[in-house]
Design a protein around this ligand. Structure first.
Ligand code: GLV
Ligand code: MN
Ligand code: MN
Length: 476
């Protein structure tokens, strides 16, 4: 297939919204100008009467679907929960094995691999103009307890396969293409989501806080990182920070995690914005005591305070009047956790999100007021009300949206623009790079549970759109 392409380094033309320079030219039809054919192939705009070469290039993109599915299945076996569940927590043995698996696949794809001090993994395909900021794509492979095998994984294995697709087609990128596997998109172990991408975005408070952060077993972040082979030389995590402009574009492939694409029979979601997430931890303390002997009037039950606050979160979310406001108490722990002991301590972790940041902030404020009121009423101590993160939403970049739309059209795939209600590493990559996302349908919108599923056909479509989009962006 590589004979279909040759390299021309002198062409600089603006077509539509894409500037093409150093373009790989199609030379299949010898009597025609190869540079014009390449412009057609990547712009979607016919330069000549015929755009048959667009479809020539597009139909040359072939995904090794079964190989990719086998990789998804194999990766899912690096899990601390029995199949079909997947549990893969940051820096555990299974996470380290899974990382090794990804680095190996990157190597097999001919990418040059590097890792930073927290274990973000980068695999680069060097372009013809390596001094230009690369185009990046990627996602995460950590999995929350008892979840499925597609969340994040599609955006890592799918990205490596997208590189393979382009290599097999004979494509040569102008800008380098980079696959990123982000460390700990999920907040499971250290309570903070998108840990790797937040650090890449240069969030200094996080880099400092992580020096004293411990997990539920009191293992420090740095010790955990060291046990996985990272953070060996230094406690300073600022080496992870990337400068704004380090990438010319970042685009993430992900399952939708909602039902819209499947319900509407649409192949591709082109993400225009990512909703604003926040998370809060709350602790109440009471006196505890004997479940039989301590009579009701004298009790100050920390467990009931937590239960009441959980209901208050639901109330405040519903009061927003918008279907876009959501709130979840995903963790509620009682101490000492005995049937015949009044809870003396309770711990809640609250997740709330909205596409409207102000409305989401109102839920946080009302939740804080409720926590104070409940503590007073129940004579318990509100020992902590801590906002772990309160992130603004992110908008996708126009050029990346257009690259994904054009790619979908050229592949004859139906698509719709949509919002991501889930957060992703893209939310933070948007701070240092123009950002976009491609969604594929997933069964009944299921995610964060073992029933999570995307069909081979949908995955193949997503990988092709990603391949074509990064190819376009790499020539920009
Ligand atoms: C990501 O895992 C999210 O919770 O949105
Ligand atoms: Mn997830
Ligand atoms: Mn994810």
């Amino acid at each position: 297939m590589s004979s279909r392409f040759c390299h021309s380094s002198s062409l600089h033309l603006l077509i539509g919204l894409f500037i093409f320079g150093s373009i790989s030219a199609i030379s299949a039809h010898e009597n025609e100008d190869p540079t014009i054919k390449t412009m057609e192939a990547f712009s979607g705009y016919p330069i000549h009467e015929s755009n048959s070469l667009v479809s020539d290039f597009v139909s040359s993109l072939s995904v090794e679907t079964q190989t990719l599915q086998n990789q998804i299945d194999e990766l899912s076996t690096f899990s601390d929960a029995p199949a079909p569940s997947v549990t893969r927590i940051l820096y555990t043995e299974k996470d380290v094995l899974a990382r090794r698996y990804i680095k190996n696949l990157m190597g097999l794809a001919g990418l040059s691999v590097r890792e930073d001090t927290v274990g973000n993994i980068f695999g680069r395909w060097i372009g013809d103009e390596p001094e230009l900021p690369p185009v990046a794509t990627g996602s995460h492979i950590d999995a929350i307890p008892y979840s499925g095998k597609y969340d994040g994984v599609i955006g890592v294995l799918g990205a490596i396969e997208a590189i393979n697709v382009l290599k097999r087609s004979g494509f040569k990128p102008k800008r380098s293409l980079e696959v990123i596997m982000f460390t700990s998109e999920e907040p499971t172990r250290f309570g903070i989501s998108c840990l790797g991408s937040r650090l890449l975005a240069g969030i200094e408070t996080l880099a400092n806080n992580l020096k004293s952060t411990v997990d539920g077993q009191n293992i420090s972040f740095l010790d955990a990182a060291r046990s996985a082979g990272y953070a060996n030389d230094q406690d300073d995590l600022s080496s992870v920070f990337l400068k704004k402009g380090s990438y010319s574009a970042f685009i993430e492939l992900h399952i939708e995690q909602g039902p819209i694409l499947e319900e509407e029979g649409i192949s591709i979601g082109v993400v225009t914005a990512i909703a604003a997430p926040a998370s809060i931890t709350v602790d109440f303390e009471g006196n505890g005591g004997h479940a039989g002997a301590a009579l009701m009037p004298i009790r100050n039950d920390a467990g009931l305070a937590a239960a009441e606050l959980a209901l208050a979160v639901e109330k405040h979310v519903l009061e927003s009047g918008s279907i876009d406001t959501v709130g979840t108490v995903g963790i509620l722990e009682l101490h000492p956790g005995a049937i015949n002991s009044i809870p003396s301590r309770s711990h809640l972790e609250i997740d709330t999100r909205d596409i409207d940041e102000k409305r989401r902030n109102t839920v946080i404020e009302k939740t804080h007021q409720s926590a104070t009121t409940i503590a007073n009423k129940r004579r318990v101590k509100l020992s902590e009300f801590k906002i772990i993160n309160q992130d603004p939403p992110a908008l996708s970049d126009k050029l990346i949206i257009e690259a994904a739309e054009t790619a979908s059209k050229e592949l004859n795939l139906t698509y719709k623009k949509m919002i991501s209600r889930a957060y992703h590493d893209s939310l933070f990559m948007a701070r240092i790079s123009p950002m976009g996302m491609i969604f594929i349908p997933c069964y009944k919108g299921y995610s964060h549970k073992p029933e999570e599923f995307s069909s081979k056909e949908d995955i193949t479509n997503g990988v092709k759109v990603l391949a074509l989009a990064v190819a376009k962006l790499s020539l920009n």
